[in-house]
Design a protein around this ligand. Structure first.
Ligand SMILES: Cc1cc2nc3c(=O)[nH]c(=O)nc-3n(C[C@H](O)[C@H](O)[C@H](O)COP(=O)(O)O)c2cc1C
Length: 455
């Protein structure tokens, strides 16, 4: 219904940020006080090949890559009224197909017209659209005419104010509900001053809400958000980098300490089974130079959500939650749904399944747990075989999507870890670890304590 549609005046908004604007960050920003949260930029063709699934265990709606089950976009009811998906596109028809796919799950669609990255420009997306006005207008008008949720776009500015004003007037005429303006040109970087006066001119010229962006350098606390937006003559403000470092910037009552924010963020990551790599990336952004401290270095070694949580004393919370989810059913990120597998991957999975593994544990190899080489699982296994006059262990490595799993064979018995490692060496160590536990060279309880065993 029109009356319940998202509006864009007097709003404080989390800006679209690749890898940062995933579900846990969006939900936490809303909890702290953001009015609207934008997703990271999602490329149209990735969305188009995705499959929509309602995840009953997590209570989310997932758009999954059918070839490997990875999450392209995850959303949930808690953000439904406030989330805008940002699309990277160069084609009205593709953009419309995506919009129709997602229009019942989100509250708005934004078109990225400001990204200056080579990948976007070469694909005719992002800032390339600012110089291909007809195409830009066609994308926006196609969406406005055919989808029931508001459409917005996010641009940068031209060197010349008049060119910028001509562009925004034409974009406004397509029927978009708001326009976010990052006050730098395509070639300018964060160290260049933001052209607040140009944003102001745009706000004076247009009738739709103009969302001021680009002010992170001048935004250190909640009050600064308002100073920046007033300086730009806008009623709404969108913030990226300041929120990337500490999303409690949205709190009226002042910012929270970094560790408090990390704890709240990690809880959301566990609750919504965010991928360890994405979680790690976002926490790294919050830690900044603190990554160099002993705690930061321990954090950098982490490979699983549980290991990351341990550092902020949330290990028990993480284990409990994961157990709860496991008993409810399949919620795993990398659990591949057989019906979605393409024929090539089906073949690979079958090959792995047919290996008839004798002992399999979900066991991650954590390099930091082994200070001396002779203590490494592979070395231990090798010396065990030598002492007992057995043939040397034989390793077979499997590779899927830049992730690795190995099987080690000792005396015709096959051992493997079901955890996919980031490289071949780690995969072999993981398989050796399983063999060591099974043979009794390493105590399973120790592995549970140090976070290597994940179930
Ligand atoms: C890590 C990161 C990722 C970003 N990803 C996107 C994106 O996906 N789409 C987009 O339109 N802008 C993206 N931006 C640009 C921001 O949305 C914003 O326009 C810019 O950082 C200026 O705002 P700020 O001064 O508040 O940081 C990104 C910026 C950062 C720092």
């Amino acid at each position: 219904m029109k009356s319940s549609q998202l509006t864009f005046d007097n709003k404080i908004i989390l800006a679209p940020m690749v890898r940062v604007g995933t579900l846990p960050m969006r939900l936490l920003s809303l909890e702290y006080g953001a009015d609207i949260v934008y997703s990271e930029e999602l490329i149209d063709w990735k969305f188009l090949k995705s499959v929509r699934r309602e995840n009953g265990v997590l209570g989310t709606i997932d758009y999954l890559d059918p070839t490997d089950g990875t999450v392209i976009f995850r959303t949930c009811a808690k953000e439904k009224q406030n989330v805008v998906v940002q699309l990277g596109t160069s084609d009205p028809d593709r953009a419309l197909k995506v919009a129709k796919l997602i229009e019942n799950d989100v509250s708005g669609i934004d078109i990225n017209m400001g990204c200056p990255k080579e990948f976007s420009l070469k694909g005719g997306m992002g800032a390339a659209l600012m110089t291909q006005k007809e195409k830009a207008k066609k994308i926006l008008s196609t969406l406005v005419e055919n989808v029931k949720i508001p459409v917005t776009c996010k641009i940068r500015v031209f060197e010349n104010i008049d060119d910028t004003l001509t562009l925004v007037k034409e974009l406004e005429a397509t029927g978009i509900k708001a326009i976010a303006v990052h006050g730098r040109t395509k070639v300018e970087r964060p160290q260049h001053p933001n052209r607040n006066h140009v944003i102001k001119k745009i706000a004076e010229t247009l009738n739709i809400p103009v969302i001021a962006n680009g002010g992170s350098r001048e935004i250190e606390n909640y009050r600064d958000l308002f100073k920046f937006k007033d300086d730009c003559g806008c009623s709404s403000v969108m913030v990226a980098r300041t929120a990337q470092y500490n999303c409690s910037i949205f709190r009226k009552d002042g910012m929270k300490a970094m560790d408090d924010v990390i704890v709240q963020y990690l809880k959301k990551c566990v609750e919504y089974d965010n991928s360890p790599s994405n979680t790690k990336y976002c926490v790294q952004n919050m830690l900044k130079e603190l990554q160099e401290t002993p705690r930061g270095k321990r954090f950098l070694e982490c490979q699983t959500l549980e290991q990351i949580c341990n550092i902020w004393n949330l290990g028990d919370y993480c284990r409990q939650k994961q157990l709860e989810y496991q008993t409810k059913g399949n919620f795993g990120r990398r659990e591949i749904m057989p019906e979605l597998l393409d024929p090539q991957r089906k073949k690979q999975k079958t090959i792995f399944d047919n290996e008839n593994i004798d002992v399999c544990l979900n066991c991650a190899f954590i390099r930091a747990n082994y200070t001396e080489d002779p203590k490494l699982p592979k070395s231990r296994l090798m010396s065990y075989c030598g002492k007992n006059k057995l043939k040397s262990p034989k390793y077979k490595v499997f590779n899927e999507d830049k992730l690795f799993r190995a099987i080690v064979t000792i005396e015709d018995k096959k051992y493997s870890s079901s955890y996919w490692e980031k490289n071949k060496k780690f995969a072999e160590q993981g398989a050796a670890l399983v063999a060591c536990v099974s043979i009794g060279l390493i105590d399973k309880c120790d592995l549970i304590k140090d976070g290597s065993i994940l179930e």
